[in-house]
Design a protein around this ligand. Structure first.
Ligand SMILES: *Cc1c(COP(=O)(O)O)cnc(C)c1O
Length: 383
C-alpha cells in the first residue's frame, strides 16, 4: 500500500505551529507476519492477569526537529533496536500513560476519557522538557490500536485491553540537555481484574523514610523516574506484609499524598469524602477526577483538602473515619482496610470494603462498560 507509506512519511504535525495536525493522521500498516493464532489467543484470554499478555501489534511515531512528528505506523510488536547512547537510557527522559478499552454490551469497544489522557501526556511531556505529541494524534493512535486489536479484549469479569502509550528520548548523545529526537509508541495488553476476587481490602505501609515527590519536582508528571524512585518503598511495604505503600509529603512528612500508582480517598461518618488536593506533588488521576464528579452526582460532598496521617489515625480510632479507598485505571477502586507504620497498625472501621466505596466502584465500572448512562460524555466508542 504505497499511498499509506508515503503519507506516513509526511510530517503529521508542524512543530512551528504549536504541533497542529494538518491532516487526519494516517497510520501505515505493516501487519505482523506471525500473529498469535485465534485458539492460542483465546487460551491466553481466559486468565490474563495484569501486564503479561501482549497483543500482536503496536503503534510507533517518530519525532525529529527536521521532520516533526512523522512515520506513524502500526507494526508487529517487537523489540526496539536502539543505540546504547540513546538519551533515555542515561537520563530517563521518559513518560507514559495508562488507559483501558472496554467491551460494550453490543460487542463494540470504547475508551474512557481518552482526551484527558492526551492532555495529561502533553503536560507530562512539558514537565520533562520533551516535545509534546499533539493531543489529536495521541487520541488517534490509541483509537487505531484498539481498532486493530479489539479481538484481544477479554470477555471476562473485569477484563479490558490495557493501553500503554509512552515516549522516550531517542537522540544519540551523552550531553545533558533535552533530546532532539523522540520515539512514541502504544502497546496493548489484555488484562483481567487487577486484584483477584474483585476488590478485597488492601493493607498500606505508611512510608516514613522515603518520599515520592517534592514541591517543584516531577510528582504530577507520569514519568518512569517517579516509579523507579518509589520501588524501594514498595519493597519495604512488601517486607512489612503490606500490599501497597502510602507516601507522605516530602516537606513535613505529615500530609497524606498518594500510593505509588493510585490516588486515595477517605469517607467520614457524616457521609462526606475527602482527597488530598493537587498541589503539584500528586499525580492528577483521571479516576480520581471521575470519582469526585460521580460522588457529587450522587449528592455527596467531596473536599479536596490535606489530611494528616496523625489525624487519620485519630479519626480511625474515634470512628469518625469510616472508609478509605485507593483508585486508578488499573485497579479501579480498591478498599483500604488497614494502615501500618513504624509505631503500629490501625484498621479503618472493620477493615473491610465500605458501602460508599462499593457504590462508587460499581457506578464507575457500569459507566465504563456502557451499562449505565453517561451524562458527562466520558465514553468514546471506537468500534
Ligand atoms: C497513573 C497514576 C495514578 C492514577 O491515575 P489514573 O488516571 O486514575 O489511572 C495515580 N498515581 C500515580 C502515581 C500514577 O502514576
Amino acid at each position: 500500500m504505497s499511498h499509506t507509506a508515503s503519507l506516513a512519511n509526511a510530517p503529521l504535525a508542524d512543530p512551528s505551529d504549536g504541533g497542529a495536525v494538518h491532516s487526519s493522521p494516517t497510520f501505515a500498516f505493516e501487519p505482523n507476519a506471525n500473529p498469535i493464532a485465534a485458539n492460542e489467543r483465546a487460551a491466553q484470554l481466559v486468565n490474563p492477569g495484569f501486564g503479561r499478555v501482549f497483543t500482536d501489534h503496536m503503534v510507533t511515531i517518530r519525532y525529529s526537529e527536521a521532520a516533526g512528528w512523522h512515520d506513524a505506523k502500526i507494526v508487529a510488536r517487537a523489540p526496539f533496536t536502539m543505540d546504547s547512547a540513546s538519551a533515555v537510557l542515561h537520563y530517563a527522559q521518559e513518560i507514559f500513560e495508562g488507559m483501558k478499552a472496554y467491551r460494550l454490551p453490543d460487542g463494540g469497544a470504547a475508551l474512557f476519557r481518552p482526551t484527558a489522557n492526551a492532555a495529561r501526556f502533553r503536560s507530562s511531556a512539558e514537565r520533562m522538557a520533551m516535545v509534546p505529541l499533539p493531543e489529536e494524534l495521541f487520541v488517534e493512535s490509541v483509537r487505531a490500536i484498539v481498532r486493530q486489536e479489539a479481538d484481544w479484549i477479554p470477555d471476562i469479569d473485569g477484563g479490558a485491553l490495557y493501553l500503554r502509550p509512552f515516549m522516550i528520548a531517542s537522540e544519540v548523545f551523552l550531553g545533558v540537555k533535552p533530546s532532539a529526537e523522540y520515539l512514541y509508541a502504544v502497546i496493548a495488553s489484555s488484562v483481567g481484574a487487577y486484584f483477584k476476587g474483585g476488590a478485597p481490602a488492601v493493607t498500606l505501609w505508611v512510608s516514613q523514610d522515603y518520599t515520592r515527590a517534592a514541591p517543584g519536582g516531577t510528582g504530577a508528571a507520569k514519568c518512569g523516574g517517579n516509579y523507579a524512585a518509589s520501588l524501594i518503598a514498595q519493597a519495604e511495604a512488601t517486607r512489612q506484609g503490606c500490599d501497597q505503600v502510602l507516601f507522605l509529603d516530602a516537606v513535613e512528612r505529615r500530609w497524606i499524598e498518594e500510593l505509588g500508582g493510585m490516588n486515595i480517598f477517605f469517607v467520614f461518618d457524616d457521609g462526606t469524602l475527602q482527597t488530598p488536593p493537587l498541589t503539584g506533588t500528586i499525580l492528577p488521576g483521571i479516576t480520581r477526577d471521575s470519582l469526585i464528579t460521580l460522588a457529587r452526582d450522587m449528592g455527596l460532598t467531596v473536599r479536596e483538602e490535606p489530611y494528616a496521617i496523625d489525624q487519620c489515625r485519630a479519626d480511625a480510632a474515634s470512628g469518625r473515619l469510616r472508609e478509605a479507598f485507593a483508585c486508578g485505571t488499573a485497579a479501579v477502586v480498591t478498599p483500604i482496610g488497614t494502615m501500618k507504620m513504624v509505631d503500629g497498625a490501625f484498621d479503618i472501621a472493620d477493615g473491610g470494603a465500605g458501602e460508599t466505596t462499593s457504590r462508587l466502584r460499581q457506578a464507575l465500572i457500569d459507566l465504563q462498560r456502557g451499562v449505565a448512562p453517561d451524562p458527562h460524555g466520558w465514553l468514546e466508542r471506537v468500534i
